[in-house]
Design a protein around this ligand. Structure first.
Ligand SMILES: Cc1cc2nc3c(=O)[nH]c(=O)nc-3n(C[C@H](O)[C@H](O)[C@H](O)COP(=O)(O)O)c2cc1C
Length: 328
C-alpha cells in the first residue's frame, strides 16, 4: 500500500486537527508532522508551540507515538540538538529539520529554506548534528524536509551530495525552490534528478515526495514517481479534502456528512485554547479558505460563514451551506 504522510502546516495542522483527522481518517496516513516548533537561540520554546507538541493533547496517538514527527525549525546545530532532546523526552521517535520554509522572516534568520543558500554552513551544521547524536548514542530518527534549492533547481546537486553523507531516517523533498513559494507546478524532472544524484552519491534513506497532490486524478503521477519515492506527503490537498489519502488508497469518497462532522469537531477542539467565538471563527475560516473549491456554487452561503461572528451565526451559516449544496 502506498504510504501517505500528513504535511506540517503552520497554524493549520495543530493538535486538534491531527487528533480529529487521525480519529476519522487516520487509517490511510502513515505519519503526521507537527507544524514547525522553533528552537530559539536561548534554548526556549514558545508556549503555544510547546503545547502543540505535548502528547497529552493528542490522545489518539498515545499508543502510537511513532506516527507523529516533531518538526524543528533551527538555524544552528546546538539549538537543534537541544530541541531534539526535548522532543525525545516528550516521547517522539523522530524529529525533522525544516529546510523549506520560504517566509522572509524565517529565511532572513538563516533558517528554513534560508539554510539552503549557504551549503558550506549547512554541511557543517548537519555533520555536527549527526556526529553529536551518534556520540550520545541517541537512537532517535532524524529526517529532513527540504526544497530543491533557493533560487534554482540546479542547487539540488550540491544539496543531495551533502544529504547523502548523513544517516538520515528519511528525506522529504518538496519539489519546488524557495522562490516558487507554493506556486505553480512542482518540478518533477528536477525531483527525479535530485533523487538520482542522492542515490548515486550513496544516500540510502527512504525518499518522500511532496507537492500538489490534490485528487485521484494524481494517481497516475504518483505511480510514475514510485520508482523514485517511497512515500507521498499531502499538504493543501488533504486540507481541502480530509479523506484524500483514503480516496487515493481506493476507499470511499468524502461525504458532506463526514466533512460537517469533522469541521464541527475541529471547532469545539479549538475552543480548548481559543475562548472567544470571534477568534475561533477566524481560525475556522483558515480551513474554509481551503474548502471554497468544493463549494464553488455556494458563494452566498460561504460569504455568510465568513461574516459570522458568534457560534450561533457560524453554525447556522454552515448548516445552510450544507443544505444548499445538497450532497449527502
Ligand atoms: C499555510 C502553510 C503552512 C505551512 N507550514 C509548514 C511548516 O510548518 N513546516 C513545513 O515544513 N512546511 C510547511 N508548509 C509546506 C507544506 O508542508 C508543503 O510542503 C507544501 O504545502 C507543499 O505541499 P502541497 O502542494 O501538497 O500543499 C506549509 C504550507 C502552507 C500552505
Amino acid at each position: 500500500m502506498t504510504r501517505y504522510y500528513f504535511a506540517p502546516m503552520e497554524g493549520i495542522t495543530q493538535y486538534p486537527l491531527r487528533n480529529i483527522h487521525n480519529e476519522m481518517f487516520g487509517s490511510t496516513i502513515a505519519k503526521y508532522y507537527t507544524p514547525f516548533i522553533t528552537a530559539t537561540h536561548n534554548f526556549h520554546f514558545k508556549k503555544r508551540e510547546k503545547r502543540d507538541a505535548l502528547f497529552e493533547n493528542s490522545p489518539s496517538f498515545a499508543e502510537q507515538k511513532e506516527r507523529v514527527v516533531a518538526q524543528i525549525m533551527a538555524g544552528r546545530a546546538d539549538t537543534f540538538l537541544w530541541a531534539k532532546d526535548e522532543m525525545k523526552k516528550l516521547g517522539y521517535k523522530e524529529v525533522n529539520l525544516n529546510l523549506g520554509c520560504p517566509a522572509p522572516t524565517v529565511v532572513n534568520r538563516h533558517k528554513g529554506a534560508g539554510l539552503l543558500l549557504d551549503t558550506e554552513y549547512l554541511d557543517g551544521m548537519l555533520s555536527e548534528i549527526f556526529e553529536k547524536t551518534k556520540e550520545a548514542e541517541d537512537d532517535i530518527d532524524i529526517s529532513l524536509k527540504c526544497r530543491l534549492g533557493f533560487y534554482d533547481e540546479e542547487e539540488a546537486i550540491d544539496l543531495m551530495k551533502i544529504f547523502a553523507k548523513l544517516p538520515l531516517s528519511e528525506l522529504v523533498i518538496h519539489a519546488r525552490v524557495r522562490e516558487d513559494y507554493y506556486r505553480g507546478e512542482p518540478r518533477i524532472d528536477a525531483f527525479k534528478n535530485a533523487v538520482r544524484i542522492y542515490r548515486e552519491s550513496g544516500g540510502t534513506a527512504p525518499i518522500c515526495y511532496n507537492g500538489n497532490i490534490f485528487s485521484k486524478d494524481d494517481l497516475g503521477f504518483i505511480e510514475e514517481l514510485k520508482e523514485y519515492a517511497d512515500s507521498f506527503m499531502l499538504g493543501r490537498g488533504i486540507i481541502e479534502n480530509p479523506a484524500l489519502s483514503r480516496e487515493l488508497s481506493g476507499g470511499q469518497e468524502l461525504t458532506n456528512a463526514e466533512l460537517k462532522e469533522y469541521l464541527k469537531r475541529l471547532y469545539f477542539a479549538y475552543s480548548d485554547f481559543i475562548p472567544e467565538d470571534r477568534n475561533l471563527i477566524f481560525k475556522m475560516l483558515e480551513h474554509w479558505a481551503f474548502l471554497t473549491k468544493r463549494f464553488e456554487n455556494n458563494e452566498k452561503e460561504l460569504k455568510a460563514i465568513r461574516k459570522s461572528r458568534s457560534e450561533g451565526e457560524y453554525f447556522a451559516a454552515v448548516n445552510s451551506l450544507f443544505s444548499a449544496d445538497g450532497r449527502p
